[in-house]
Design a protein around this ligand. Sequence first.
Ligand code: PGA
Length: 290
Amino acid sequence: MQISSLRPYSGPSFVGANFKTATKLDTQLKQIKDYIRAIKEGDAPNGLFIFAPTQSILKTVADLVKDVPQIKLAAQTVHPTFSKENTGTVLSEHLKELGISYSLVGHLEERKKIRDLASPAKDSKIISQIENEEMAKKVQSLVKAGIAPIICIGDVLEEKNDVKNVVKAQLFAATKLIAKEDIQKLIDKGLTPAIAYEPAWAIGAMAASPTLAEDVCKHIRSLVIEKFGADIATKVAILYGGSVSPDNIQSFAKMSNIDGALVGGASYGNVPSTFSPKIFAISRLNALAK
Ligand code: PGA
């Protein structure tokens, strides 16, 4: 049977490794080199591996992976516009100049900073509005620079019962300033835009159950269809992130609407050699073939 008749997504299995700012640069570089070696030596035919290293070594890692087609780099976030009043950030335009083709945007840890900074305003509607406007501008600037966003959305613990509305509001807000044609342009360039469902309560804690993650990712797929149409939705990867580990990755990979994973701790932890991102791609391919 044709894979395409079974699966809603027809892009590559997608594994993102978010190194945050968790370790020293030499530790991170060593881990990244280990991954590159494993990916080069292994056979992960349809996999796409996205490394989001600490900003300070983006260029160094870009040079390391330039001849490895399965590996692309992502920034961990961006600032949308040139500014004489913004110290200490990376711009979408800078990423373009560096040849970086992906960026995370709206990671919970980034949203939390915005929420904390805005908290004197107290009114939660105003805080959401500030957050939403920032996300929309960031996504727009990335897309304009030809960089594929990996849009992170998710619920905090108190929102768990309302998760579908929460992810809908976040996704529609983040994509408010972009159109179907913008996403199509990225796809035509061979990029895979992605949406990562990352419940705040699961990051660095205990993973969501694969059934819950699948249910939310399926809902996200329906939102992508609603916003961008069914064709585009087959090329946008829907990821799960939040305590993905070597022990549970296969159970997420089996799910029909989970096209990949965003992996934090297991990418930069003390035992990186036990976690090979290619496992995800391979298990995903096996699941696709069933
Ligand atoms: P975690 O992080 O895998 O450590 O839970 C995921 C993330 O922050 O993207």
